[in-house]
Design a protein around this ligand. Structure first.
Ligand code: FCB
Length: 443
């Protein structure tokens, strides 16, 4: 059961000196894409298709962070957070996917300096889903040209900002970019096609590899990745359901981390995808698995899997018994613990691990006493503390999100922020979780 609390039980002093506490946002979800010469993205087009996005909403205005970024950085500093995981928007920096928009680049230059002035470490992500429409028109992630373009964009960002970034990751949540968007059809471009998905599953990995190479060429330090993971549980102990859970784990959790850390995709997933993979994919695996300085994991929930009828992967999910967030996601800190430990044991070894996202959607009461969010974060932080004590090389924890923002397909209907946004006035009001966090992080 959710406990009602207005304070964290865990605090900074439970972690070793230097453990990083951060919060995350992403460009399209907060900035206001209509400002500053940004180009159209595939999310704008997707939102125009009837029934795809809650009320057809887009990131056109979002939280107007483009104009209010200084106050937002003050909020991060005043919470006592050490780092800010933000993203640069490809469509803002290169509106047509290839031509530089100086105004867009200047924005990130000011933003990074603003973080440094406030003592906040800038953790950059280069792609958090706003593909320029001009590149979507060329086939998007199903086309091999897009990773090449992404490398060019990575060079440009690195050349301008690289000397001041504390850490950099190329692609946020490769699974979402590839599978959720091309097989499940739930995110832009909304395809539900195995062949497109297989190609995207490889091209996104290739984009990671090419981007890492570009970043290294420009002398960027502390390069990593941000992979999302979900804890896959069989709904029953029937063999078919156990196999369904293993396959889900393979597609979701082992595909990208396997490619990045071992230079190999998991065999069980290849059984279904290899007929659809782009020709010559094997030749890219060395590039994809270049050494990284850290691995990031985004974690929110678990899934209960069953075998279903139909074509590969022939699995489905059933409702689980745990309390759920407003996303309908079960609150399952045990899965967080299991996935981080498994990743360290089987893939990343001594490499520093970071939780690059964790948090919950919750509609607050009017007084913004978001006790459920405090409880959610606290329970995951307890797990993090214990893992660190057990020697898991976990070096930081990031809360999604600083602000209520554009939650993709669900528009502005779901609230993940430590800080409440009134989407009419755009006023920012820290919630109880923000205040509790500030107390927990005090030195
Ligand atoms: C993650 C995304 C982030 C946000 C959270 C709730 O998958 O990286 O943009 O939507 O989920």
């Amino acid at each position: 059961m959710t406990k009602h609390r207005d304070a964290f039980t865990v605090s900074r002093s439970d972690f070793p000196e230097g453990f990083l506490f951060a919060t995350a946002t992403s460009a399209y979800q907060i900035e206001g894409h209509q400002f500053g010469g940004a180009g159209p993205t595939h999310w704008d087009s997707f939102a125009r298709q009837p029934g795809k996005v809650y009320k057809g909403q887009t990131g056109a205005l979002a939280c107007d962070h483009y104009h209010r970024w200084e106050g937002d950085l003050d909020l991060i500093r005043d919470a006592g957070l050490d780092a800010y995981r933000f993203s640069t928007s490809w469509a803002r920096v290169m509106p047509d996917g290839k031509t530089l928009n100086p105004e867009g680049m200047d924005f990130y230059d000011r933003l990074v300096d603003g973080m440094l002035e406030r003592g906040i470490k800038p953790m950059a992500t280069l792609y958090h889903w706003e593909l320029p429409q001009a590149l979507a028109d060329k086939g998007g992630w199903t086309s091999r040209e897009i990773p090449q373009r992404f490398a060019d964009y990575s060079h440009k960002i690195a050349a301008r900002l690289g000397d001041r970034l504390w850490s950099t990751a190329p692609v946020n949540e490769p699974w979402c970019v590839a599978w959720l968007s091309h097989y499940e059809g739930y995110h832009a471009p909304g395809l539900a096609d195995l062949r497109s998905a297989a190609r995207a599953m490889h091209h996104v990995a290739l984009a990671h590899g090419l981007s890492v190479e570009a970043l290294r060429d420009e002398g960027v330090q502390n390069v990593g990745a941000a992979c999302n993971m979900e804890y896959a549980l069989p709904a029953t102990d029937r063999d078919a359901d156990v196999e369904a859970a293993q396959l889900y784990d393979g597609i979701y959790n082992r595909w990208f981390v396997g490619a990045m850390m071992k230079g190999a995709y998991p065999e069980d997933v290849l059984e279904g995808l290899s007929p659809h993979m782009p020709e010559g994919w094997q030749d890219d695996m060395a590039l994809i698995s270049q050494p990284l300085d850290w691995m990031g994991i985004n974690y929110y929930t678990c899934k209960r899997m069953i075998r279903s009828k139909g074509d590969w992967p022939a699995y489905g999910t059933v409702d689980g018994p745990l309390p759920k967030t407003d996303m309908g996601w079960e609150i399952c800190p045990e899965g967080f613990d299991w996935l981080l430990r498994r990743t360290a044991e089987e893939y990343t070894g001594d490499l520093p691990l970071y939780v690059t996202e964790n948090g919950m959607a919750n509609a607050e009461p009017a007084d913004l006493s978001d006790h459920a969010r405090i409880d959610y974060i606290d329970r995951h932080l307890e797990m993090a503390r214990d893992m660190v004590r057990d020697g898991v090389p976990l070096r930081g924890y990031t809360i999604w999100s600083l602000l209520d923002n554009y939650e993709w397909t669900l528009g502005y209907d779901k609230r993940f922020g430590l800080v409440h946004i009134d989407f009419d006035s755009l006023d920012r009001t820290p919630k109880a979780s923000y205040h509790a966090l500030a107390r927990a992080l005090e030195r």
